[in-house]
Design a protein around this ligand. Structure first.
Ligand SMILES: [Fe+2]
Ligand SMILES: [Fe+2]
Length: 151
């Protein structure tokens, strides 16, 4: 079951063993992403807000997400996984949505928007793991066993 903690209007999603795709490489990336999103939501919820930190968060977050999607895509592509295209479309969709949402952030709405984005992203990641990553678990597990771990 998902472990959700509700604080004010923000929901924090933690790692759940049910999310495991049988690859420590992918599982660790998912854990890092969820924990980073929680850090971001928490940072802005505490009323902290700096342009410099915002820039750093956006840079790190996008890098982390792109690296993760790339890792999964390389493994699925190499395994000629039947659901590859559909899975990649889902990755590209969230990247686009994230970029669009980040465009809406300005110095007056930054904290509010970043909390909203963190919330959206954390829900998306959990749904995506359940609806896509777990369906590709066979590829990820096999790749790890073969020592082919993508990027
Ligand atoms: Fe994925
Ligand atoms: Fe994933």
């Amino acid at each position: 079951m998902d472990k959700m903690h509700e604080e004010n209007t923000i929901q924090y999603t933690d790692w759940d063993d049910g999310f495991s795709v049988g690859s420590s490489l992918i599982d660790n990336q998912h854990k890092e992403i969820l924990s980073f999103i929680n850090y971001v939501a928490d940072y802005f919820r505490k009323g902290k807000d700096s342009e410099e930190e915002f820039e750093k968060i956006v840079h790190m977050g996008i890098q982390q997400l792109e690296n993760h999607f790339c890792t999964e895509e390389q493994i699925m592509d190499a395994a000629q996984f039947a659901g590859f295209t559909e899975h990649k479309i889902a990755h590209d969709g969230i990247k686009k949505e994230l970029e669009d949402k980040l465009q809406e952030v300005n110095s007056t709405n930054r904290a509010e928007k970043m909390i909203e984005i963190s919330d959206m992203l954390s829900a998306w990641i959990v749904n995506h793991i359940k609806n896509y990553d777990l369906k590709a678990a066979e590829c990820f597990t096999a790749a790890e066993k073969q020592g082919k771990q993508g990027v």
